[in-house]
Write a protein that binds this ligand. Structure first.
Ligand code: KG4
Ligand code: ZN
Length: 352
């Protein structure tokens, strides 16, 4: 089974081809990504109109490159998958229309993919793990703890009531005069800093429901920064280190609580999976690795290129769905909001 996957929900334009040989392991035949970061950086965040325009300008060439790199023609495909949400509507429309047009022109089945489902299923592409597992999805737009029970079967155990983790990194970076996106810069400065110089709160720690709240922590960083201003390099490093240490503690605590709920409701998970751009953070990875080994859990962190937005995860989700006979009509409408767990109460923040 071979699938083209198209991703345009945020600031990455991406197209990829994934192949699943009969009885074998999936292979990524191509994975083309155009990151728009440099176009948004001057504005300190993603500008929806700029994103939509950049998707329009690049998607055709990316699809062609993905097909060329895979060495395939459209007739070699078994289906075409495109992310249909959640995300910025202008961008979602570009990828969704491209996917539909290709499906119409080639007569291939079309799969409208939930971008969050694609993040959730990536660990099955990279590590071939079984259902069920606990997913920690941490990016600029999402912070969720999800029980992944099967294709289309998700239970949200927790999420953020305010900022996403990546967003908190980005806002703290901005406060400290570091460039956008801030996560990698905060991490780099933190390496040199003293994580104990500033006593920052660990919001929600110990709460029985595995939700996150990060705006109070962000405010605490701002107050700490104001108290020592003007900031020198050491102050910035110490603030970054103290902030990151608080985030690691919060994440590990929230995951521990989610894991307890998971076991009560669904039994033993096959793994703890971490996905999203923030999964690149080494301190967070190490914190989770310590927790997982103590709890006797397998920790799966897909390679960075597959943790951040990409087309391979969309193509793979297309395969997971197509092989269950789950295809979509060409009248499928873009969904700016599209929660994975429809039973869960809506949260005001985030793309879901
Ligand atoms: O998944 P992603 O590429 O895009 C979406 O938000 O969907 O995630 C980007 C986010 C940004 O907020 C960025 O600051 C954060 O991930 N990030 C990091 C690191 N690398 C990226 N946060 C902390 N540490 C990092 N090393
Ligand atoms: Zn994403």
């Amino acid at each position: 089974m071979r699938m083209l996957g198209i991703e345009t929900t945020c600031d990455e334009t991406a197209a990829a081809v994934v192949e699943l040989p009969p009885g074998g392991r999936a292979r990524i035949l191509s994975n083309e990504v155009y990151s728009q970061i440099s176009e948004h950086a001057p504005f300190g965040g993603v500008v929806p109109e700029i994103a939509a325009r950049a998707h329009v300008e690049t998607i055709d060439g990316l699809v062609r490159r993905a097909m060329d790199t895979a060495g395939l023609g459209f007739s070699d495909l078994d289906g075409i998958a495109a992310a249909a949400g959640p995300g910025l509507i202008g961008g979602v429309m570009v990828g969704l229309m491209t996917g539909k047009a290709l499906a119409l022109a080639t007569g291939k089945p079309f799969v409208a993919v939930n971008h969050l489902e694609a993040h959730a299923l990536t660990a099955r592409l990279t590590d071939d793990i079984e259902f069920p597992y606990l997913l920690l999805l941490v990016s600029g737009g999402h912070t969720q703890l999800i029980a992944v029970r099967g294709v289309g079967e998700y239970t949200r155990l927790g999420s953020t009531v305010d900022d996403a983790v990546g967003e908190a990194f980005d806002k703290v970076a901005k406060m400290l005069g570091l460039p956008y996106p801030g996560g990698p810069h905060v991490e780099r400065r933190a390496v040199e800093g003293d994580p104990e110089r500033f006593q920052l709160p660990r919001p929600m720690q110990g709460r029985p429901s595995p939700d996150f709240s990060l705006s109070g922590l962000k405010t605490a960083v701002r107050l700490a920064a104001e108290a020592v201003a003007p900031l020198n390099t050491v102050d910035v490093a110490d603030l970054c280190a103290s902030f990151q240490a608080a985030i690691v503690d919060v994440i590990v605590d929230r995951v521990r609580v989610a894991m307890r709920l998971f076991r009560e409701q669904f039994g033993a998970p096959s793994a703890l999976v971490v996905a999203g751009g923030v999964a690149a953070n080494d301190a967070i990875r190490r914190g989770l690795a310590r927790y997982a080994s103590g709890a006797g859990l397998k920790l799966v962190t897909p390679p960075q290129a597959l943790c951040t937005d990409n087309g391979a995860m969309i193509a793979w989700t297309g395969i997971e769905r197509l092989r269950l006979g789950l295809t979509d009509g060409l009248d499928f409408a873009p969904r700016p909001r599209w929660p994975l767990d429809r039973q869960a109460a809506p949260r005001h923040h985030g793309k879901a």
